[in-house]
Write a protein that binds this ligand. Structure first.
Ligand code: ATP
Ligand code: PRP
Length: 302
């Protein structure tokens, strides 16, 4: 592939590995963005749109998009702030995956119980900008300056090992399930930031003519994300119980109600939030709904 073959194409950055990679590929498939990635090539052309995908480390994506070298991308909200690119990129959509928290952690059985105890000590992290900002506030509070200020040291990975190795009194790292933290004998004493994956675009795009295509792609991806949050619930109920049932399942706009051949009964079809599905089914049974069916959505536009 040569540079000319990218001419006029919208450049879309996708994490090349790590926690966000697989979910991004699912989103691209759901949005019908078709491509074949040749082994070891980090740029590939999309077959059915004037788009080229650029596979990059998640942490590099904010600056590529922020500087306008790439038009849109998917990465973590945390890495945008760490790269100090929040003014240069626009977060178009939250994607509902890659959810975790950047937390201050210390040895469970150690003397440090609060972040105040950690002020002025040694902190190891891969997030030196966010940690630096967090601890500089504490340093100010306790008037710790020069050699007394909290020492933030960068490591590229395996942050959780730093306390056991005697390199740190505390760490700042991402926590999802907490398994990594607990396995290292650590516990969280403060949250610096909550994060999830986001679709971003450049705030100062080099080629504004891409805007319509960016809108189409955003809307398709929003559809795939929404489809993951909702299910379709269908049930039969006596018409006189319909008002009670529709307070439980009001739908996004309104429920679809159809008459059944069986007099006095109606069928209801409605979108409900996946996370409330079990409670809603329990409530519908109590009201007298029968034949309750739940269908997963592959895609939608809402
Ligand atoms: N445990 C996790 N659960 C959910 N999301 C995570 C988790 N760990 C990281 N993330 C999200 O994924 C982003 C990329 O993290 P990841 O550890 O996959 O980086 P990476 O680019 O693969 O780097 P490396 O593999 O070299 O550590 C993070 O910035 C964060 O937004
Ligand atoms: O709370 P948990 O569910 O255990 O997840 C947290 C871990 O996930 C991330 O690392 P990852 O496993 O992606 O590997 P890395 O250390 O190579 O980045 C993060 O840096 C933590 O170590």
């Amino acid at each position: 592939m040569n540079a000319e073959s990218l001419d006029g194409r919208l450049l879309f950055a996708v994490p090349k590995k790590g926690r966000l990679h697989d979910k991004c590929l699912e989103l691209l498939a759901g949005a019908d963005i078709q491509f074949r990635r040749h082994q070891r090539l980090d740029v590939c052309l999309v077959k059915n749109h004037p788009i080229a995908l650029v596979f990059l480390p998640a942490s590099d994506i904010p600056s590529f998009v922020g500087k306008g070298n790439v038009d849109i991308g998917i990465t973590g909200h945390d890495v945008i702030l760490e790269a100090q690119m929040e003014e240069h990129v626009t977060e178009v959509l939250r994607l509902g995956f890659g959810k975790c928290a950047l937390q201050v952690q210390v040895p469970e059985s150690g003397p440090i119980k609060t972040v105040d105890d950690l002020a002025g000590k040694r902190v190891v992290t891969s997030f030196e900008v966010l940690s630096g900002k967090y601890f500089s506030k504490l340093d100010k509070k306790f008037q710790l300056t020069g050699g007394h200020a909290t020492k933030i040291e960068y490591v590229g990975g395996s942050v959780e090992a730093a306390c056991a190795l005697g390199l740190a009194d505390g760490i700042v790292d991402l926590v999802e399930s907490g398994d990594t933290m607990r396995a290292a004998g650590l516990h969280a004493i403060a949250t610096v930031l909550e994060t999830e994956a986001v679709l971003i675009k450049s705030s100062t795009p080099k080629d504004p003519s891409h805007e319509p295509l960016i809108n189409v792609i955003s809307s398709r991806i929003a559809g795939v994300v929404a489809a993951g949050h909702y299910v379709v619930c269908q049930y039969n109920i006596l018409r006189d119980k319909l008002p009670a049932a529709t307070t439980v399942t009001p739908g996004r706009r309104a429920p679809t109600v159809s008459p059944l051949e069986d007099d006095g009964w109606v069928g209801v079809s409605v979108m409900v939030e996946k996370k409330r599905m079990a409670n809603i089914m329990d409530d519908l049974v109590k009201i007298g709904a029968e034949d309750i069916l739940i269908f997963n959505l592959d895609n939608c536009r809402v």
